[in-house]
Design a protein around this ligand. Structure first.
Ligand code: AHM
Ligand code: MG
Length: 332
């Protein structure tokens, strides 16, 4: 390996050595998600050429059109990790029920949750999209198939979470509880190279990201919070909204600021899914020194009641998220 260059595998191995009791099961899981993401990245990059963009003519559990690339990414994620013998089940935004480990493979102690292709409305227009994942450990020691209840753990019990951003370059950002680390895919060698070790989110920022077209459907506290940012005395905020959560979150992670998808009259419990979108990104935000809440509590404290539960999401730098909560509680 080139001197001074750390690829994802080496990084994971060195992390694993810090825990003598580690069996390597976790390392191979993250590596394999990395492998799936390279295949997805390749397909995203050639989407226009091979005409894979467009609808797959099926609807997912949320009643939304699935796009071809969603289906492709979902399949690749499942195929990359179902045979490792490390998982007892998977749950995907694209599947109604838990995804079982095929009969012929052994079961393990981990559970994987993922949104295989987030921001799918941006596929057709060549805008950044992403993959989000979280890893939990099942709470009993059984090695049988997971049931829905096994996935109903609060985000703070996750053992790792991360995302892949298919942007101008492809990046994988992950945390297993020891800081947040970013790897950039070098397409010439097909390797993720450590480019952003120990990422920290600025304590406050000047960016806010939300779908302002929903303004009239927000409650008063959200409207007041946004007006607070617009009229801030010390800071001049700027608005940035891509409509791909991974991309909006990633920018704010690096630069500081806040992303909000609060409840509104059309989405009384928010739009984004707790298990596949809110909790994994909240885990990353908190590990990087940021914060994530719904309308009343920290995202990581919420115990899901089902696989596809939605939650309002306000995530980003501490200052902005705490200010939002003060407006919600009527303190400001
Ligand atoms: P998806 O998982 O079906 O792609 O939907 C989630 C996306 C997020 O990436 C993004 O933050 C949000 O939906 C955008 O919603 P809207 O178009 O209502 O602003
Ligand atoms: Mg999606």
């Amino acid at each position: 390996m080139e001197k001074g260059v750390t690829n994802l595998n080496r990084f994971l191995l060195e992390e694993q050595r810090k825990y003598p009791e580690a069996t390597g099961g976790f390392t191979i899981l993250i590596e394999s998600i990395g492998f799936a993401s390279k295949i997805i990245s390749r397909e995203v990059n050639k989407a226009g050429i091979v005409n894979i963009i467009g609808r797959a003519q099926s609807m997912n559990v949320h009643g939304e059109d699935q796009q071809k690339l969603d289906v492709y990414a979902n399949t690749k994620m499942i195929q990359a990790i179902d045979h490792l013998g490390k998982l007892c089940g998977m749950a995907s935004e694209e599947n109604d029920d838990p995804i079982m480990i095929p009969e012929k493979y052994p079961r393990g102690k981990y559970l994987a949750v993922f949104d295989p292709l987030d921001g799918s409305s941006n596929i057709d227009v060549n805008i950044s999209i992403g993959t989000i994942f979280g890893i939990y450990k099942r709470q009993d020691d059984k090695k049988s198939d997971a049931c829905i209840g096994d996935f109903c753990q609060p985000g703070k019990d996750m053992v790792a979470a991360g995302y892949i951003l298919y942007g101008s370059s492809t990046m994988m950002v992950y945390s297993s509880g020891n800081g947040v680390h970013g790897f950039t895919l070098d397409p010439s060698i097909g390797e993720y190279i450590l480019s952003h070790p120990f990422l920290k989110m600025p304590e406050s920022g000047t960016i806010y990201s939300m779908n302002e077209a929903n303004y009239n459907r927000w409650d008063d506290s959200t409207k007041k919070f946004v007006s607070h940012l617009k009229n801030h005395k010390e800071r001049k905020y700027t608005s940035r909204y891509i409509g791909s959560l991974v991309a909006d979150f990633h920018r704010n992670l690096l630069k500081g600021g806040v992303f909000l998808y609060p409840e509104d009259t059309n989405n009384p419990r928010g739009k984004l899914r707790l298990l596949y979108e809110c909790a994994p990104l909240a885990y990353i935000a908190v590990q990087a020194g940021g914060k994530a809440v719904n309308d009343t509590q920290d995202i990581l404290d919420i115990v899901p009641e089902g696989l596809h539960q939605r939650e309002p999401l306000v995530i980003g730098s501490k200052y902005e998220v705490e200010a939002y909560m003060k407006y919600k509680k009527g303190e400001l």
